[in-house]
Design a binder for this molecule. Structure first.
Ligand code: IPM
Ligand code: MG
Length: 352
């Protein structure tokens, strides 16, 4: 019996997690697995409920789970620049830190069926299959920061052990893929990047079978658009990874398709679609649940080491797309438009 905590969050979060959990339960039953699912509040909905984006009992429940599935958080209702007001994003950051989820894994795959959705030419993006491995509990997001009148600062602070454990994850993943890691830094300017690069080189001695390429972040931003086919695994710090993962995701042109995993050394992993809470379409049965469904597939793979159910889900998604079914965000001429619930039903029907 696995324990899963679901954090539906805000906006379209509850709609997409509902479909994904139904897929999960059906796949689990097919593979003789049992899941006990509990929901909790995190994000804007938690602020509305108790004034805090990450209530203590939510964090505790997550800690006691085998995995956590998150929908999306945030929305204009809670936007503020006032440092004394709670923000939904603090909930997510608290969860990452609280569960020590130092490695964020974001696969970017370009589906042939959706190749026209990319803003780049088909020949540039066809077959793209890359992985961004982003450090998630350090750097600019968690360094010393303050506001003093008209002055404010944030600090990019890294220790060698943080780089070491992250780059090991990247090397291990590369060994199971095409064996190439781009370690992305800004070592020509930043001290923290020079420590990053030195540490990566030290660890790389144990990974002779992985091709290691050091690349400066500005160059990577350019190369991702110029020739994304050169990338297999991109490993980088928290801030650079935030930016580069959004950029990479756009190669596929369909944010609604991309899943992610956040992993620690032990304890539950956190799985979530990379898209936001899309408040403009919330509650209208328009959201694309595929990214959340594929996040469940990642959960089977990374938290439970069960590649079979993961594959079953991925194949079902492939089939539904091949049959021409599309939610509004990936709709194109000649395809059949469906809503969130119908897409969930189609995926479940395609599991057989
Ligand atoms: C992401 C998001 C978050 C981040 C926000 C919502 C705090 O952009 O997961 O990439 O910056 O890490
Ligand atoms: Mg981001």
């Amino acid at each position: 019996m696995f324990k899963l905590t679901v954090l539906p969050g805000d906006g379209i979060g509850p709609e997409v997690t509902a479909e994904a959990v139904k897929v999960l339960q059906l796949v689990a039953a097919r593979h003789d697995l049992e899941f006990y699912v509990e929901e909790a509040l995190m994000g804007g909905c938690a602020i509305d409920d108790c004034g805090q984006p990450l209530p203590a009992q939510t964090l505790e429940l997550c800690r006691q789970s085998d995995a956590v599935l998150l929908g999306a958080i945030g929305g204009p209702k809670w936007d503020t620049t006032d440092p004394d007001k709670p923000r939904p994003e603090q909930g997510l950051l608290g969860l990452r830190k609280g569960l020590e989820l130092f490695a964020n894994i974001r696969p970017v795959k370009v589906y042939d069926a959706l190749i026209e959705a990319s803003t780049l030419r088909a020949e540039v993006v066809r077959g793209i299959d890359l992985l961004v491995v982003r450090e998630l509990t350090g750097g600019l997001y968690f360094g010393a920061s303050a506001r003093e009148g008209d002055r404010a600062f944030d600090t990019m602070d890294y220790q060698a052990f943080e780089v070491e454990r992250l780059i090991k994850v990247a090397f291990e993943m590369a060994l199971k893929r095409r064996g190439r890691v781009h370690s992305v830094d800004k070592a020509n300017v930043l001290e923290s990047s020079r420590l990053w690069r030195e540490t990566v080189i030290k660890v790389s001695v144990d990974y002779a079978d992985v091709e290691l390429i050091h690349q400066l972040v500005d160059n990577t931003a350019m190369q991702l658009i110029r020739n994304p086919g050169q990338f297999d695994v991109i490993a980088t710090n928290n801030m650079f990874g935030d930016i580069l993962s959004d950029e990479s995701s756009m190669l596929s042109g369909s944010l609604g398709m991309l899943a992610s995993a956040s992993l620690g050394a032990q304890g539950p992993g956190l799985y979530e679609p990379i898209h936001g809470s899309a408040p403009d379409i919330a509650g209208q049965n328009k959201a694309n649940p595929i990214a959340t469904v594929l996040s469940v597939a990642m959960m089977f793979q990374y938290s439970f080491d069960l590649p079979e159910p993961a594959l079953t889900i991925e194949r079902a998604v492939d089939k539904v797309l091949a049959d021409g079914h599309r939610t509004a965000d990936i709709m194109s001429d000649g395809m059949k438009e469906v809503g969130t619930i119908e897409m969930g039903e189609l995926i479940r029907a395609a599991l057989d």
